[in-house]
Design a binder for this molecule. Sequence first.
Ligand code: ZN
Ligand code: ZN
Length: 175
Amino acid sequence: MAICNTCGTTILFGGKKVTGLRYCNDDCLAQLALAIAVDSVPQDALIRAAQELHQGLCSHCGGSGPIDIHTSHQIWSMLLMTSWKSTPRISCRSCGIKQQLGDFFFSLLCGWWGVPWGFIMTPVQLVRNLVGILRAPDPMQPSEQLLGHVRRMLAEPARFAEEADEKPHSLQSTG
Ligand SMILES: [Zn+2]
Ligand SMILES: [Zn+2]
């Protein structure tokens, strides 16, 4: 029986065959193409682009760098509904801290009002913001996270534009 070369799923019927290898569908084929494109970004071009971004100006405030990825964490709840998300942004450190402080106080006010996920996830999101506020990325060089971002951007700019924000998690308790 055929097995998908990307995800390892057993292909019962249909599927795609490219240069002798089998894939479930176009998604698995596209995923493989992206992985190959990401792998083949030349290291020197990656470092150059990442350093340029890192030493450039902040696109939020226009201030000087270092620029890196700063992630802020938010949560809100309403009775049985709780929704949380983490949003990575490319900015200077002070813009990053501003977002993390904003999300910290938003979550402190709005996170708790859901059962049971508000009680469980609000402390998690608050601590994540505090960690981000207290721990600065290395100002001398781009973080691994920023390198990964630039690598994907160089590999496939069009696809990357669609994936800017992380989708929120939502949970609704039943019963
Ligand atoms: Zn597959
Ligand atoms: Zn800024």
